[in-house]
Design a protein around this ligand. Structure first.
Ligand code: ADP
Length: 245
């Protein structure tokens, strides 16, 4: 509650009383990360949305339709929260409530921070405290992101066992099925499990590419799929593999 009042006051006054060392945007993001949105006021969401939309208007949003697709697959390197797409896939943890560590650099933190606390609220409503299984997909709106929907999934924590491969493939497969079921035209995947969860990028990229290619072929799907990588190293691995054949 204290955090909510702090943040609302901060959003209203835009003063630097919270932490003068951080930027205004970082102050807000850090406070948002710690909030559990039980009953935030309409005023709170209004002010938060105003702030996030203003932030977004100063950034360069990329429409995924303008990417170069080959066999319905495209590659992109950069921040998934700036992609205008029908759906982006988030790699969360089993609670799917987003990351509570202020300003943490994981993708889950980034997506929840820039979409807004509506996402955490919606997941609380949908799951009511239940934890999801690896590979399960829960859909929310994108709220303040350029993407229409966020597909929240949880990848395996890498232990080097066969089950990890199956679970990672399920993240991709269930997301693709969900996108087709909703009649979406495109979907963007991040590199699920290859950050904090430690899945080796070589093995994970084989699973991601094979699962997507097989799905599109077997289902005669016209869905456009983007693999979004965050580092040059990861991007080049995907680039090499996709251009091999
Ligand atoms: P996991 O816990 O599933 O491993 P992480 O967030 O640690 O998830 O990382 C998943 C992948 O997402 C990593 O390759 C990481 O570099 C990448 N990533 C992190 N932030 C972003 C972002 N803003 N946009 C796209 N990819 C991101």
């Amino acid at each position: 509650m204290k955090n909510e009042l702090y943040l609302l006051n901060y959003l209203k006054t835009k003063s630097e009383f919270y932490d003068p060392i951080l930027s205004q945007a970082d102050n807000i993001r850090g406070m948002m990360n710690e909030i559990t949105p039980y009953d935030l006021s309409d005023e709170f969401y209004f002010k938060q949305d105003e702030f996030l939309q203003d932030r977004l208007s100063k950034l360069n949003v990329i429409d995924v339709n303008n990417l170069e697709f080959k066999d319905n697959i495209a590659l992109y390197k950069g921040d998934i929260t700036l992609l205008q797409a029908d759906a982006i896939v988030n790699a969360g943890n089993a609670a799917l409530l987003g990351c509570f560590i202020p300003l943490h650099s994981c993708i889950d933190n980034c997506i929840h921070s820039y979409a807004g606390l509506e996402v955490r609220r919606d997941i609380m409503d949908i799951l009511k405290g239940r934890e999801v299984d690896n590979g399960e997909v829960i859909v929310t709106k994108g709220y303040n992101l350029p993407a229409k929907y966020i597909f929240h999934t949880v990848g395996p924590i890498y232990e080097g066992i066969k089950r990890n491969d199956i679970d990672l493939a399920l993240c991709y497969l269930n997301s693709l099925e969900q996108a087709d079921k909703m009649g979406l035209k495109n979907i963007v995947f991040c590199s699920i499990s290859t950050g904090v969860y430690g899945f080796p990028i070589n093995r994970a990229s084989d699973i991601a590419i094979n699962t997507v290619r097989n799905y599109l072929k077997e289902h005669h799907s016209s869905l456009k799929v983007v693999f979004d990588l965050f580092s040059k190293f990861d991007y080049e691995i995907y680039e090499r593999k996709l251009n091999k054949d």
